[in-house]
Every structure is written in structure tokens, then in C-alpha cells.
Design a protein around this ligand. Structure first.
Ligand code: PMV
Length: 329
């Protein structure tokens, strides 16, 4: 039996577009920050007497449920991947719970697959270093989950299977930033990122996005190293808009933004013009992540909650990577 905790992460430079759907290789490198308040805890127990895997998911403030369908299949496929490496066929019980609401629009799959990979490899006593663990986590299907393994500020490199790993650029205490998630729409129909990763290449703007990506990756690394919020924020907003332009122009198109998304973007830009330095970024959903200095966190949270379009907010500081809570001796 082993238990692991892993954080969700927010990408400053997005992973958008899959070059290899078997190995889960991206078209571009990406950079993110782990979130300290959005965590998944997962326990994995192996028992030779069981003849089936059992997956139990407990969402925030809800009763545990036995997973079926696609959710279960994704977990079992990843268990199989790790069992093959360990050379075992033993069945497992997986129990997973989140510290954040399922409808907050925070990609819970990154935290979930990072925690699952760490707990499963520990339970099977596989001796993997951090780099190997990020590569294995990447192959779960949720590529961005590999970025939830290393600590703090993290880059995931574009490369072949060996070269496409994630590593920490700086620990959480390097830079006191805040990410306030402004939840604007809890009912939006989910459009999975998996299918859109394959459609990105059908957009005529995908080429334009990739042409600018190295410059934005360099600027983001530099902004983190120098703790330059202006450089980080401007680069991050450009990258988020570029990702969404690709979505809106792919074939068939996807529109993740709602009226509430636009209202938060406008508010953040107006506050910035008045001198409160904050920037937006948006993942595959309508909710807006607002990035600011840790010292402005309370003020921004208050302002965001006062917007009629915002249902609730969730504030995060920089977080550590995945860690084991319990492992076999
Ligand atoms: O790792 P996936 O397949 O869940 O895709 C993540 C996509 C974004 O969250 C939109 C961007 C990112 O890099 O996290």
C-alpha cells in the first residue's frame, strides 16, 4: 500500500496540441506553477487475491463513488502500464480524493494522474528517479500531469520519449505569486482537452502559435528567474489568447470562453490600468486564473468575488510537487 499527494498546476505557457497520441508527446514545451490549495490524495493497495481493479473517487464534500466508464478505464490503463514495467499482474484498489470542488474548472486530471503514478510506483517498489517519474506520468494521457511531479515552477520539455520530461525551474519559495481562480460558470459543458489536442493542427493559426513559442518560453524562464511579474504576465496572456485562437479556428472549432470569462478579463485589464498588477490565463474551460503578487492576493480576491459574473474564487500560492505520504518499508 502507498499513498501520495499531488497538486494541480496552472500553465503560463500552455501545452496545446499532441504530436504523438501513443507516447503523449507535445508540439511545444510548456511552463507551469503548482497550486498549493488544489491537491489530490491517492492510495493504492495491491492484493493477489483480487481479480479486478476497484477505483473509488471522492470529490470535494461528496460521498465516495465507485468509478466506471471512461474514468475507470483511464486509471486501469495507467495501472496496466505500470504493472507491465514492474512485471506483475496483481489487481489494485485505488482511492482518490480532492481538496477542491470538481466544478471549479481546475484540471483535476493533472493532480490525479501525478498522485496515481507516484503511489502506484511506490506500492510496487519501482525505483524511478524524478525524471523517469515525469515521463511515466506524462504517458497517463494527461500530459500536463508530468508537470505536477517536480516542485514549484516547472518546465516540461518537447522532445522524443526520453527528452520529453519535466523538471523544476525554481522552488515555490523562490517567488511569492498567487493564482486566484475566478469561477464563472459551473454548468458549462465540458469539452475534453484530449480530442482538442489532436484537432489543434487543423487551425491555420497553430503554425503562428508555434512560431512564437520559443520566444515566449525564453521570456517566461527569464521572468521566473528575475521575478519579473510584468514580463511573466504579458507573456502568459499572449500565450493563453494564442491557445484559444487556435481552439476557435480549428475544425470543428471549440469555444471555451463564456460571457463571464470576458467580464473577468475586462475587469483584470481595468484594474491593471489603475495600477493593481494582475494578469489572466485560461485553460480548457471558461474560468479565469488571475495571477498577481502574493501581497495583492486578498485585495484581488475581494474584487473578483464582488463581480456579479463570479460564483466563487479559489486562491492558491506556489505549491510543492507530488510527495509520498505512506510507502512500503
Ligand atoms: O494534460 P491535458 O491533456 O489535460 O491538457 C492540458 C491542457 C491545458 O490545461 C489547457 C494547458 C496546460 O498546459 O496545462
Amino acid at each position: 500500500m502507498a499513498q501520495a499527494i499531488a497538486p494541480a498546476n496552472i500553465a503560463f505557457i500552455k501545452y496545446w496540441g499532441m504530436r504523438d497520441a501513443d507516447q503523449i508527446l507535445p508540439y511545444n514545451g510548456s511552463i507551469s506553477l503548482n497550486l498549493d490549495a488544489c491537491l489530490t490524495t491517492t492510495s493504492v493497495v495491491f492484493d493477489p487475491t483480487w481479480d479486478e481493479d476497484l477505483v473509488t473517487l471522492q470529490f470535494y464534500q461528496q460521498e465516495p463513488q465507485t468509478a466506471g466508464g471512461r474514468a475507470r478505464e483511464r486509471v486501469v490503463a495507467h495501472l496496466d502500464r505500470i504493472r507491465t514495467i514492474a512485471g506483475v499482474t496483481t489487481r489494485a484498489r485505488v482511492t482518490s480524493s480532492n481538496t477542491f470542488p470538481a466544478d471549479a474548472g481546475i484540471a483535476s486530471s493533472a493532480a490525479a494522474f501525478a498522485a496515481l503514478t507516484l503511489a502506484t510506483t511506490a506500492a510496487l517498489k519501482l525505483d524511478l528517479d524524478e525524471r523517469e517519474l515525469t515521463r511515466l506520468t506524462r504517458r497517463s494521457g494527461s500530459g500536463s500531469a508530468g508537470r505536477s511531479i517536480p516542485t514549484g515552477y516547472v518546465e516540461w520539455y518537447n522532445g522524443d520519449d526520453n527528452g520529453s520530461f519535466a523538471e523544476s525551474l525554481a522552488p515555490p519559495e523562490h517567488w511569492d505569486l498567487a493564482d486566484i481562480v475566478a469561477v464563472v460558470d459551473t454548468s458549462a459543458k465540458k469539452i475534453g482537452s484530449a480530442e482538442n489536442h489532436l484537432l489543434a493542427i487543423t487551425s491555420p493559426y497553430f503554425k503562428v502559435r508555434l512560431e512564437g513559442i520559443e520566444q515566449r518560453l525564453n521570456a517566461t524562464r527569464e521572468a521566473i528567474a528575475r521575478r519579473d511579474l510584468t514580463l511573466l504576465g504579458e507573456t502568459m496572456e499572449t500565450d493563453a489568447v494564442s491557445m484559444h485562437v487556435v481552439c476557435m479556428t480549428q475544425n470543428p472549432p471549440s469555444f471555451y470562453w463564456s460571457a463571464g470569462t470576458m467580464a473577468v478579463i475586462q475587469a483584470v485589464r481595468a484594474w491593471r490600468a489603475e495600477g493593481l498588477e494582475a494578469y489572466f490565463t485560461i485553460d480548457a474551460g471558461p474560468n479565469v486564473h488571475v495571477i498577481c503578487a502574493g501581497s495583492d492576493r486578498a485585495e484581488l480576491q475581494r474584487r473578483l468575488e464582488a463581480l456579479p459574473e463570479v460564483s466563487f474564487t479559489l486562491a492558491n500560492g506556489p505549491g510543492a510537487g507530488a510527495r509520498l505520504v505512506e510507502a512500503p518499508g
